[in-house]
Ligand binder design. Sequence first.
Ligand code: FAD
Length: 301
Amino acid sequence: MGITRSFFIALSNNRLLNSGAKKWGFQLGAAKVVAGTDIPNMMASVRALNEDGISATIDRLGEFVTSREEATQAKNEIIQTAEAITEAGVDAHLSVKLTQIGLDIDEQFCLENIREIAAEAEQRRIYVNLDMENYEHLQPTLDILHTLREEFDSVGTVIQAYLFRSEQDLDALQNVRLRLVKGAYQESEQVAYQSAEEVDSNFLKLIKLRLDQPVFTSIATHDHHIINAAIDYVKEQGIPNDRFEFQMLYGFRTDLLKELSEEYQVTSYVPFGKDWYGYFMRRLAERPQNIQLVLKGALSK
Ligand code: FAD
């Protein structure tokens, strides 16, 4: 793992900078990858995506929340986002990070919050994805998912290909809608593959295992090698197009996503809100070339 990746991941975890960023406003080119700081601005972006045949999964930014007030406010805003999806009549669903709604405070409190969100979403026929955060939060997230699945069908989660245990998790989640990703956090060699080659090879293995199962899968990556290999597999095996989709993050490889939308279902992950800093730093960590976004953003002010 390069020093640049570690550097940006360290920045993403810096609480002082996180709270500072909320006050500085929308700086440093974040506007290129974050769809505004409020619901109306975000909805305008979602409508534009829908017009191009692209669905959206909406993430009200925020994570590593430590106060109940902040967690409750986040829960309320996620519910408002669900209401806004129905009101605007857009093709969109929700992505939620459990640390934003209290996972680090009290698991029971977090469960009550996500249960409220899931109930509201189900009533509106909106799917809810539990985003996967760092390793420390993996098992608690899966535990909450299992509890939720006893009450709601339309809830799923994410499998990170860099983790050794992911094949087992994938197997245990055969009836659950899943998003497959490489993994965005810095994890230890005790639990995760460290080289890009190993992560890519496990990612492709998991994609194939999952495409063989009759359940919906989102393949979330900007990596055209992986996308092309997945398409080859789908064609070879005659896997129907309604069993999977491709997902990319808002602002990245938009042309490729549009091209894919001509043949396949596609979804853009649309983050919005004031708490953009950690998300933005992780994007820089993944691909230091994204630093161009910072420079262009700063220069265009
Ligand atoms: P990379 O490994 O970043 O890139 C591989 C290759 O693809 C590059 O070498 C380059 O050739 C090409 N490429 C990549 N980006 C570009 C670009 N912008 N322009 C041109 N070529 C490019 N992670 C989690 O841990 N939990 C989650 O819940 C989660 N949800 C996600 C949801 C979505 C929709 C997406 C897309 C990602 C999500 N991630 C999540 C992040 C994910 O784990 C990876 O960290 C991130 O997607 C970077 O890996 P990659 O597969 O896009 O390819």
